[in-house]
Design a protein around this ligand. Structure first.
Ligand SMILES: [Zn+2]
Length: 273
């Protein structure tokens, strides 16, 4: 898989494609309720949806930072290609000292692990503190439907495997030229990372939206994987608007490549750049 890379400020940002996630169209939801949801699924017209699974390597003179880590070997042979993409970029796991997670979901974090050992032996893992608090809270686990509990298992594995090398971060500057921006809804601590550039900044927005050709046109469209669908829809709307206003380049866990957000006759649209 060919890597795609861009420069933003001090960083070369390399998009690492881990695989393609496929799900039935009935994972689509709508903030206005069931009737709106059915209209969306009907208009979508396809039985399934397919989205890229991405993570990112940021390279500068100080080393390599990963944003998310893909699925590793946990999701089978169709996934885990971020590891070969890293290799292709000339990066070995032991060169990676810092890993930023957008949120604690398997498709973003399971690549951290080789069973019970760290795949990145020298890395500290930086996790949004409110995601860490939520996914390590037994009461929150209990209150979450069984099918949505994957993040709790990942958080448990993260503590077990990385121990004191799990660092909690808050909103604001994290490393030189990188700011954490809370984008709550998909998960409670879901966070984007704004990479400062010379002409344009890059927002790596995690799972703010999954379907780059559908959700910008109606930000109220979500996926069942959004833990708080209403908050996710509000964050989606606000982030799309801010991306237009600020002229950000955007990339994420599930959209294809790098894009720019524009206003459209209905909602927004993303064009690949
Ligand atoms: Zn995801």
């Amino acid at each position: 898989m060919t890597n795609s890379s861009r420069h933003f400020g001090r960083y070369e940002v390399i998009l690492l494609r881990d695989g393609v996630f496929e799900a039935p169209a009935d994972v689509l939801i709508h903030a206005d309720g069931d009737a709106a949801r059915h209209r969306v699924i009907e208009a979508w017209g396809k039985p399934t949806l397919q989205v890229d699974v991405n993570c990112f390597a940021l390279r500068d003179a100080d080393g390599i930072i990963l944003v998310d880590a893909g699925t590793g070997t946990s999701w089978g042979p169709k996934y885990g290609h971020a590891r070969s993409a890293l290799h292709e970029a000339g990066i070995t796991p032991d060169q990676i000292g810092r890993i930023l997670l957008t949120h604690i979901h398997g498709d973003h974090a399971l690549g951290l692990f080789d069973g019970d050992t760290p795949y990145f032996p020298h890395a500290d893992v930086f996790v949004p503190e409110s995601d860490f608090a939520f996914f390590t809270n037994p009461a929150a686990r209990q209150a979450t439907p069984e099918a949505r509990r994957g993040g709790f298992n990942v958080a448990e594995q993260l503590q077990r495997v990385y121990g004191s090398r799990v660092r909690r971060i808050k909103e604001g500057p994290v490393f030189a030229g990188i700011e954490a921006r809370p984008l709550p809804g998909h998960t409670p601590g879901h966070t984007g990372y704004l990479v400062r550039g010379e002409d344009n900044d890059l927002l790596i927005w995690g799972d703010t939206l999954h379907l780059g050709d559908l959700q910008p046109g109606d930000p109220k469209i979500g996926l069942v994987f959004d833990l708080d669908p209403d908050m996710a829809a509000q964050t989606r709307q606000a982030t799309l608007e801010e991306a237009v206003r600020e002229g950000w380049i955007i990339a994420g866990g599930h959209i294809t490549g790098f894009g720019r957000v524009q206003r459209a006759s209905e909602g927004y649209q993303i064009s690949t750049v």
